[in-house]
Design a protein around this ligand. Sequence first.
Ligand code: HEC
Ligand code: HEC
Length: 260
Amino acid sequence: MRFRRVLALASVTLAGALLSVAAIAQTAAPAKPASVAQAKATVPAAAAAVAAAAVPPAAPLKPGDATAGQAKAAVCGACHGLDGNSSDPQYPKLAGQQASYIVRQLELFKSGQRQNPIMFGMATPLSPQDMADIAAYFAKQKTLPGIADQTLVSAGGKLYREGDKTAGIPACMACHGPDGRGNPGALYPHLAGQHAQYVQQVLTAWHSGQPWGKGPHAAIMLTIAGRLSTADIAAVASYIQGLHTAVPEAANASATAAAQ
Ligand code: HEC
Ligand code: HEC
């Protein structure tokens, strides 16, 4: 935006200002190529920037160390449970969540892109290594499954497994997996066993148009949640709470390890 204003100003005073225009074009090039030649030259950089924005890298110096993470996570336990299975449903369970996803959320809280005053305070002092260690610890814990409301299971299950074609809602399963395990590589979070109250709160906030950050990744759930009715949200949240990961623990552990 700043570049644009500068460029607009520059074109007003264009006469005799060729030199300064050239200088400005050069400054502006990394953000917005000013000429075809420059556009060509900066394409690989721009493409890399887009790829990075889609799936932001979470590159700590060393891989996350779950043992170091356990000590660092003690402070988180007050709300999220010492093993990541929070008992108060307003706090999300972190147990069994993918390490890559936990790190990304901590970065979003720290930068203020995902807005929450409590988590802003908790994430701010953490270094990238702290984040990786804490994430490794919680990812290793086992999610304690919850119980779905029997009156909502059929509607919630249908939405989760099939979506709703007429309303333009894709099956949640397509990204979050049939058993709610998610997809660490794509940063699609683990949902199985998550508190319905928390899921409902997140989906409702997205429904009203508050994304976590910018870019195509953040837009995915905003679009989907925008199409969910209040009844859809209640049903699918309850279904998620009762969802179990139907795979042996060893497979789960290797899926998590592969993500790191
Ligand atoms: C005082 C309570 C409290 C403490 C302590 C706390 N959190 Fe949180 N945490 C929350 C709340 C509330 C949310 C939900 C925020 C929202 O609605 O966006 C949350 C959300 C999160 C999420 C996002 C989970 C998801 O599924 O999207 C992560 C990750 C997280 N916290 C990690 C941590 C870590 C790591 C610590 C310790 C360093 C910590 N929290 C300490 C209250 C707390
Ligand atoms: C095309 C892939 C895709 C589909 C389909 C999809 N999701 Fe998501 N989901 C995502 C992504 C990506 C995120 C992470 C969003 C972010 O970080 O901003 C996410 C995050 C979530 C979260 C937040 C979890 C947490 O603890 O932070 C919930 C809840 C959720 N999705 C529910 C659903 C439901 C319910 C459906 C079906 C109606 C669904 N999703 C369909 C990709 C998808």
